[in-house]
Write a protein that binds this ligand. Structure first.
Ligand code: ADP
Ligand code: MG
Length: 247
């Protein structure tokens, strides 16, 4: 599948995508969206700029659509981003591609009046949040109930962990019910990311579209070498550099 219109998704989402000018899927979208629509937990790894946002927003929207989620049903999708600016970007894309759905969506990133937010957060179906502020609501907003969340997204997992959010994420996950889908996305996957994934995801599909060319020397560079005695190494290098000087 290469195009969004080939996916088994709602007309609402499809129209939102079309109006925003999205037609062809990127690699990470091609490899993960269909699997996520089938209900799989995903650990998706792709470099910055590869289109991870739509890779989780489309399945998240469809999850609520299929659940026939109602405005009064509370929070059904939780999207966590480590940085406010990134959360705002995700929220903007969500509003763009999700505008034909009737779900309510909120941005929970701090910097606004907490009490006012406490009143609004309980009316939201989809939340895009930073870990700290979300945890504050879990701990201090009695009416806020996220035990019924059907889809948890953690974006930029590597950065979440670099920024020291491991404990916060664990507390957040503990507050959720177990009947949910989990979509984790990261630009890099190291042992810490795998560890968080292993405690959060159930039988996950690991999707890595980081091409090998991203790591090796670019093809346009020709590599040569000279074999010499160890004692000659510095002298040879020095004379090579001297004879290849460029202004
Ligand atoms: P990532 O989160 O992997 O860094 P983003 O989701 O922010 O990447 O997407 C990077 C850019 O690519 C954005 O400007 C987005 O609008 C664009 N983009 C994403 N998916 C597509 C697509 N299928 N077709 C065209 N542009 C896309
Ligand atoms: Mg991103």
């Amino acid at each position: 599948l290469k195009k969004f219109e080939e996916l088994p998704i709602s007309q609402y989402t499809l129209t939102g995508l079309k109006e925003a000018g999205f037609t062809e899927m990127t690699d990470i979208q091609q490899s993960s969206i269909m699997k996520a629509l089938q209900g799989r937990d995903i650990l998706g790894c792709a470099k910055t700029g590869s289109g991870k946002t739509l890779a989780f927003l489309i399945p998240a929207l469809e999850c609520l659509y299929r659940e026939r989620w109602d405005r009064d049903d509370g929070v059904g999708v939780l999207i966590i981003s480590p940085i406010r600016e990134l959360a705002i970007q995700i929220f903007d894309v969500l509003c763009t591609i999700g505008k034909h759905h009737s779900f309510s969506a909120g941005l929970i990133i701090g910097g606004k009046d907490f009490e006012d937010e406490q009143k609004r957060i309980v009316t939201m179906n989809i939340l895009v949040a930073t870990p700290g502020r979300l945890l504050q609501h879990i701990e201090q907003t009695p009416a806020f109930d996220c035990s019924n969340v059907k889809c948890l997204v953690i974006d930029e997992v590597d950065r979440c962990l670099d920024m020291g959010f491991r404990k916060s994420l664990e507390h957040i996950v503990d507050a959720l019910g177990s009947d949910r889908q989990n979509l984790l996305f990261s630009a890099t996957v190291d042992d810490n990311v795998k560890k968080l994934a292993s405690t959060t995801l159930q039988d996950p599909l690991y999707v890595n579209v980081t091409a090998e060319e991203d790591y090796v020397t670019p093809k346009t560079i020709t590599q040569r070498y000279v074999v010499c005695e160890l004692g000659q190494k510095l002298e040879l290098l020095f004379s090579f550099l001297k004879s290849h000087l460029r202004a």
